[in-house]
Design a protein around this ligand. Structure first.
Ligand code: NAP
Length: 250
């Protein structure tokens, strides 16, 4: 069987699908939004910097894609009520969501465990974990109305094996994997599938912050890793549930 990292999606693989992407203004999330739109999806661009979301929007429209919807929200300060209102507004406008890609995250500061500041720990987990928890809760009633829904969370290799000095980020990604597994078990045998995706080392601002001395040209680009994203978003992954897939299979 072809590996998901080599998956080739047909041009219309995501036709009639509405796809919500968090952190759609930069890095991997921006590329995922553009790629999904190129394969026929109508995308909802969620993020905190409106100018960046507008740049993703412009690129999609100039490529001939369907007109996206922009949803500005800062995970740092968002409350459960904000997510409920956001979902109600999307439901009113677009009626359904077929795919959710939880992609937005922050790295925080890499430092020894005992030096992690309370404010830093709370803020990184608010953005990386709590946002996904409350947004998933708000989305579930709408997602359950659909016959076939794919929910994708973004993990990291440090979400599976702990790494010194990566404390807060690593813990937030372990929790992301755990949340995905709980949901996958709770919703098995339903139309909703929950999986994680691990991009692997990818040329973005987050990677440059984590490894400032690295030569970026040695890295995969966001575009290179899109096959696994397309696979999990498409109907070819129906039946795949509770998995954590690596985009860069060695
Ligand atoms: P990135 O370039 O830093 O992009 C992160 C995105 O998250 C940006 O669009 C950013 O919006 C958004 N975001 C950050 N804080 C937010 C907040 N408070 N509210 C709403 N949105 C917020 O990172 P990336 O490398 O593309 O990473 C994408 C995902 O892949 C992350 O989950 C990351 O942990 C994971 N990952 C990346 C790598 C890698 O090598 N790049 C490896 C493993 C896992 P702004 O641009 O407006 O700040």
């Amino acid at each position: 069987m072809q590996s998901h990292s080599q998956y080739v999606a047909s041009d219309n693989a995501l036709r009639d699908k509405i796809v919500l992407i968090t952190g759609a203004g930069d890095g991997i999330g921006k590329q995922a939004a553009i790629t999904f739109a190129q394969h026929g999806a109508e995308v909802i661009l969620l993020g905190r910097t409106v100018a960046k979301l507008e740049s993703t929007y412009d690129e999609i429209v100039s490529n001939g894609g369907l007109q996206p919807t922009i949803v500005p929200i800062d995970f740092k300060g968002a409350s459960p009520k904000n997510y409920q209102d956001m979902v109600a507004s999307i439901e009113g406008q677009l009626k359904k969501i077929d795919v959710v890609l939880f992609n937005a995250s922050v790295l925080g500061n890499l430092c020894p465990f005992h030096e992690i500041k309370e404010s830093e720990f709370l803020e990184v987990n608010q953005v990386n974990l709590n946002s996904q928890f409350f947004m998933t809760q708000a989305l579930l009633p709408l997602l359950k109305k659909n016959k076939n829904t794919s929910v994708i969370y973004t993990t990291s290799s440090v979400g599976r094996t702990g790494r010194a000095y990566w404390g807060t980020y690593s813990i937030s990604k372990f929790a992301t994997e755990g949340m995905m597994q709980v949901l996958a078990d709770e919703y098995k045998n339903t139309g909703i599938r929950f999986n994680c995706i691990n991009p692997g080392a990818t040329k973005t601002s987050m990677r440059a912050k984590a490894f400032p001395g690295e030569k970026p040209d040695s890295l995969k680009t966001p575009e290179d890793i899109m096959p696994t994203y397309l696979y999990l978003a498409s109907d070819d992954s129906i039946g795949v549930n509770g998995q954590s897939l690596d985009c860069q299979v060695k």
